[in-house]
Write a protein that binds this ligand. Structure first.
Ligand SMILES: CC(=O)N[C@H]1[C@@H](OP(=O)(O)OP(=O)(O)OC[C@H]2O[C@@H](n3ccc(=O)[nH]c3=O)[C@H](O)[C@@H]2O)O[C@H](CO)[C@@H](O)[C@@H]1O
Ligand SMILES: C=C(OP(=O)(O)O)C(=O)O
Length: 417
């Protein structure tokens, strides 16, 4: 397995181009199962997770090709509606094939996704939605089997605006008889991108981006061509890199509207942030001011940016509090940052981050994807070398992370072992 070595760097300067969003493309790829004919997805990031879901679709019988950043899927012929453990355990988003398979074939059997380093991550809300549409759900030997004679439009209220449940139920409802109204849904930009793609394929989905989505059942979907939205979390990570290294980075290919909470917090810590049409320039402050952060469903501060800001606050001039309300266990990177000399204390769902003058390079482990990104950010301003293990988490979500950082003046090396 590879390790990432990060050496202390000068202030990072230059331009970095952001790839398509992992969290948009995964549900969109799953949704291609709904259509007969070929779908062409553009701006697809070359990430481990994209390869995992492509393999899952191939296992089901779809034809999938991935060249440069274009992924084509033809799911006209599907051989099986069963997704095995080996494919689902690699990535929780694999469970997103259940909604489309149930919608198109009235049957689907998917291995239960496990928890992960950030929480137990149950799927009860997904199942509640399928049941409400008329599916019968059974759990058997670690599999969840959903079956229906036919799905019928329904009205349901999500107890929590879960991103995955909103996506899965929205996809399950596209062929249901009548109209499905889902209330208290997630409003993330990735939900809007999925709804746009579904509509491009011929679905009738309204309200994505608000807290109520209405899906009017249609008879069939056809393949469509779609460009995936830019990755707001990858963008945010490079924006924090400008702040922590006191550099000056132009982050290109972004949608400013999706970056509002990140921009607001960067301004609070003293950054100069210039918003442009499709780019944002972040100039780091001489001294990083502390701030408080509370993660929330969109449009609140994204949990996927929490770890990166934790690294930033570790070197601020003062004390900040980070409250994680979305996942119950997303502070696994705190002991790793503390190994690097940070001063962070956890109290339940809050972390009190007292800024220190200097971090020290250490041997640390990426406990999850964004925790890994946070360790890279911390490594950029640590004395000496930071050696990061369990790097596969990082490659789930960041394309060419070493090359992109090095083009800005960093000294990051991937060592294959
Ligand atoms: C591939 C993808 O898009 N991943 C994102 C997605 O994950 P994911 O879709 O898994 O996240 P959810 O929004 O579903 O989870 C949020 C919270 O709801 C809980 N929950 C969820 C479903 C359910 O049936 N029951 C339940 O209790 C979860 O345990 C968690 O505490 O949204 C998260 C929240 O913005 C992001 O951090 C992830 O990067
Ligand atoms: C938690 C994340 O992803 P996933 O839901 O795929 O684990 C993430 O992108 O930070």
């Amino acid at each position: 397995m590879s390790k990432i070595v990060v050496r202390k760097s000068q202030p990072l300067k230059g331009t970095v181009k952001i790839n398509g969003a992992k969290n948009a493309v995964l549900p969109i790829i799953a949704s291609t199962l709904l259509a007969k004919g070929k779908s062409v997805l553009k701006g697809v990031p070359n990430l481990r997770d994209v390869h995992v879901i492509s393999d899952l679709l191939r296992h089901l019988g779809a034809k999938v090709e991935f060249n440069e950043d274009v992924l084509t899927v033809d799911a006209t012929n599907i051989d099986t509606c069963e997704a095995p453990y080996e494919l689902v355990r690699k990535m929780r988003a694999s469970f997103l094939v259940m909604g489309p398979l149930l919608a198109r074939f009235q049957s689907s059997k998917i291995s239960m996704p496990g928890g992960c380093a950030i929480g137990t991550r149950p799927i009860d809300l997904h199942l509640k939605g399928f049941k409400s549409l008329g599916a019968h759900i059974e759990m058997d030997h670690g599999f969840i089997e959903a079956k229906a004679d036919k799905l019928i439009g329904t009205k349901l209220y999500l107890d929590f605006p879960s991103v995955g449940a909103t996506e899965n139920i929205m996809m399950a409802a596209v062929f249901a008889e009548g109209t499905t109204i889902i209330e208290n849904v997630a409003e993330e930009p990735e939900i809007v991108d999925l709804a746009n793609f579904l509509n491009e394929m011929g679905a009738n989905v309204k309200g994505a981006g608000t807290n109520t989505i209405k899906v009017k059942g249609v008879k069939e979907l056809k393949g469509a061509t779609h460009t995936v939205i830019p990755d707001r979390i990858e963008a945010g990570t490079y924006m924090v890199a400008a702040a922590i290294t006191k550099g000056d980075i132009l982050v290109d290919n972004v949608l400013i509207d999706h970056l509002k909470p990140t921009i607001a917090k960067l301004r609070e810590v003293g950054c100069e942030v210039h918003e442009m049409d499709n780019a944002v320039r972040v100039i780091g402050p001489k001294e990083i001011k502390p701030t408080d952060i509370k993660t929330l469903p969109h449009p609140g501060f994204p949990t996927d940016m929490q770890s990166q800001f934790m690294a930033l606050l570790s070197v601020s001039k003062g004390t900040g509090v980070v409250i994680e309300t979305v996942f119950e266990n997303r502070f696994m990177n705190v002991p790793e940052l503390n190994r690097m000399g940070a001063n962070i204390k956890i109290e339940g769902r809050s972390a009190v981050v007292q800024g220190v003058g200097q971090l020290q390079g250490s041997t640390v482990n990426a406990t999850d994807l964004r925790a890994g990104a946070a360790l890279i950010l911390a490594g950029l301003v640590s004395e000496g070398e930071t050696i990061i293990g369990d790097t596969y988490h990082i490659f789930r979500g960041y394309v060419d992370i070493d090359k992109k950082f090095n083009s800005l003046g960093a000294n990051i090396e991937i060592i294959e072992e």
